[in-house]
Design a protein around this ligand. Structure first.
Ligand SMILES: NC(=O)c1ccc[n+]([C@@H]2O[C@H](COP(=O)([O-])OP(=O)(O)OC[C@H]3O[C@@H](n4cnc5c(N)ncnc54)[C@H](OP(=O)(O)O)[C@@H]3O)[C@@H](O)[C@H]2O)c1
Length: 288
């Protein structure tokens, strides 16, 4: 397959390029190559004529999205619409990367692909709008991930939670993390492998949840990071403050897939994935 990856230097994009290149022709597009909100800058996709276009681009600083709803919708929703239109025109498949923040958290157990989204924030609403626009190309996959960690670190957010925790611990900073907000972490290598499998097996078009298996609170995630790396910082749990930040966030946004196991694409647990990431980054040794 000839596969275009938009946002190719981002946290997920970099691992998609790496993983897909093992078997396919991959063309990576950075933000300086393409502005997803600008239809004209996407003409390059027509010239390249790929079989698949994966859109990882997003404005995803959740609190800033509340202050800049126009930019949020231009990049996330309009960007997805532009790509759906172009891919439909050239007969390519669109892959849109979405989020657990399309849910409000009231289910209190993991959300599956069948659950009805109800986002709380401007970011979540823009991503849900993007999911709808993506469906304008009948050949589409919507891949929901959450709480991402990957070697490249999120360029849009300046790193990831794992690196933030390790840096704080090494600086002997006191660390306070919420223990009432639950999610399913996603290792970018694993999400990229699932996506590769899904494309190669030509799974039915639609929505797929591709986080790692299981869920934890952010506090439990931090505890696991420190246990695995043998760091012992001053870590304390706290309750989330509804007044914190501008965006409303779901308290329970764990995701589970009812589809992937049918195709032998079930992800490993978030703890195994975290361990693999810590090895990849050189934070721990292979058999520790
Ligand atoms: N990070 C998370 O925890 C998380 C959780 C759930 C879902 N997601 C979703 O997963 C996807 C990938 O996240 P990530 O962590 O890999 O993000 P990332 O590291 O910020 O990567 C996004 C990439 O897209 C590029 N980009 C940003 N705006 C663009 C635009 N308007 N036009 C073209 N390219 C643009 C960025 O380039 P520049 O940096 O040069 O602008 C970057 O290379 C996003 O759709 C995000 O909404 C992320």
């Amino acid at each position: 397959m000839k596969i275009a990856v938009i946002g190719s230097t981002g946290q997920l994009g970099a691992d998609l390029v790496k993983t897909l290149s093992t078997k396919h022709e991959v063309i990576g597009f950075t933000h300086s190559d393409i502005e997803v909100a600008d239809y004209d800058s996407l003409v390059i996709l027509k010239e390249q004529n790929p079989d698949v276009v994966i859109n990882t681009a997003a404005f995803h600083k959740t609190d800033q999205c509340e202050e800049e709803p126009q930019k949020t919708f231009c990049v996330n929703a309009l960007g997805a619409r532009n790509i759906a239109l172009i891919t439909a025109e050239i007969g390519a498949t669109t892959v849109y990367i979405s989020t657990d923040y399309v849910f409000d958290g009231s289910k209190n157990e993991p959300y599956t692909e069948e659950d009805i989204p109800f986002p709380l924030s401007t970011y979540g609403i823009s991503k849900l709008a993007a999911e709808h626009f993506t469906q304008q190309n009948p050949k589409h996959y919507i891949i929901r991930i959450a709480s991402v960690f990957g070697k490249a670190g999120a360029s849009g957010k300046g790193g990831n939670f794992v690196e933030t925790m390790i840096n704080k611990a090494k600086n002997n900073d006191p660390i306070v993390v919420v223990d009432d907000m639950f999610m399913s972490p996603t290792y970018t290598i694993d999400a990229a492998s699932i996506l590769k499998g899904l494309l190669e097996l030509q799974l039915p078009y639609g929505v797929y949840h591709a986080t790692n298996k299981g869920f934890c609170s952010w506090y439990q995630f931090a505890q696991e990071i420190f246990q695995a790396t043998n760091l012992s910082p001053d870590l304390k749990p706290t309750k989330s403050d509804p007044a914190y930040g501008k965006a409303r966030r779901p308290l329970f946004s764990a995701l589970a897939s009812t589809k992937l196991s049918k195709y032998n694409l079930e992800p490993r647990s978030w703890k195994e994935a975290l361990h693999a990431y810590l090895i990849e980054k050189g934070h721990i040794l292979k058999d520790s």
